[in-house]
Design a protein. Sequence first.
Length: 510
Amino acid sequence: MSKKVRVRFAPSPTGGLHLGGVRTVLYNYLFAKKHGGDFIVRIEDTDQSRYVPGAEEYIFDCLRWCGLEPDESVQHGGDFGPYRQSERKPLYRDYAEKLIAQGDAYYAFDTPAELEAMREQYKSDQNPAPQYDHTLRLRMRNSLTLSPEEVDRLLSAGTPHVIRILMPGTGMIGFTDMIRGEVSFDMSTVDDKVLLKADGMPTYHLAVVVDDHLMQISHAFRGEEWLPSAPVHVRLWEKLFGRAAMPEWAHLPLILGPNGKLSKRDGAKYGFPVFAMNWTDPKTGENVEGFRERGFLPEAFINLLALLGWNDGTEKELFSLEELVQAFSMERVHSSGAKFDYEKAKWFNHEWLLREPVQRLAFSVRSQFESLSSLSSLNSLKWEKIVALVRDRCHLLTDFVEQTRYFFEYPQEVDRAAIEPKWNAEKTSFFHELVTRYGSETEWQAAKLEELFKSLASERSIKPGELMLPLRIMLVGGKFGPGVFDIADILGKEETIQRIGLLTAQLSNN
RNA sequence: GGCCCGUUCGUCUAAGGGCUAGGACACCACCCUUUCACGGUGGUGAUACGGGUUCGAAUCCCGUACGGGCUACCA
């Protein structure tokens, strides 16, 4: 790579950051770091009507959570600012005017109502969505159809107008996509996109080209949904800065939900999150769940996203961010869309749950449910012991609640049905005696408790297997969890004895 | 409708002219485990279809079908 690698992620602050967005960030980041380049975040807020307060901060919070810090942005500074397009507004008009002077763009005075009328008039079964293009532009009100004097008059009168690109009615235009290879378009099928809006703001089309140039972007990655407008951008590069200066493009495949492109509604509908973190729309109050709050570790989230559309060619699936930077290459990114599989996502998280150092995991889980008040009084060493004991059984951070709550409170539900049918007087007697022996035990430790339990069982000629499940139900409430004696160990003498006594009394009364 | 992109197990994918098409998730069975998991072993399961090119095609070409995206003074 001859020039310095500079890539950018350019979100518009209109709402939550979804899966696909994060993956686009990730591939940008990995590519930049792999090649010793810079990762820039540019806020594309040229549509003021869609501006949502808080969305910008939210995006940066998501990136921080994922560990994908930009090198340059509104929050990080840099030599190519401002990094917010609304603050760059005065820049764009000159480029649009330059295109007009060259004959590659023109003023258009059509009002929204006139545009609507045009679409209505030319709509047909063959052409349900008429475009403002070479076939129609000469029937519209623009500097191509109006006399120069009239155009001047309208302009100096401050008449609202836009600037449109003039796409040739013939010829092909194409480029080499890093993922798809040669892609080409017949220019006659591309419409005259608006470049500069009536409010003086550029549209995405103009802004992306101007800013990528000014910010010296070397590689431009974006979602596949942008492919259809690529010919406009290539054309602008040709006419504004020369094709040689154009960044290399890569159009990333889409991440699909069960029914096509992932939308924020899919989360609620299919039971998995679509945003990185919880997002509440300040206007509607609508709340959309995030992966973070669902109990995903950022390491797992990054890992699973990376593997959705890319692999290193081996059978390795678990990668840390550092490993991804090492292994990543755009050549191995797929060209086809990938359907998101929540089950596999949970598996990734489970794997990371197991790899995480206990101390860190214990901390993450703890902050995940402050709600359990007894937790705050628990010393952290004991908590780490508990977390280490149950992590095998958890896929999400939130799973730890159900898997550990019996350590802190008497089980809410006790599965008596599991032991009641086979309960008898011998068992009642056994557990009465067990309470006595445990009560006088000074060395409260799992192995010792197991030994006492088994020797008593053999004295009474009862198979330990007959008694293990009852003990578990007494302590845990259900048929799950780590070894019973480990649980009793952690529960402590007093609590263990109390729980055994309580259920024994209940069962013997029936 | 037009334009563009895509198509290997249910899902994510490997194999970029040459082995019984490999792995992972999920599912099933067995083993381990005096619970539930973890783990281990095995199993079900795919090259969309039709034509070419070739000694040989999942792989290259064409067509069809299907899927997806775009078609705003939104990004």
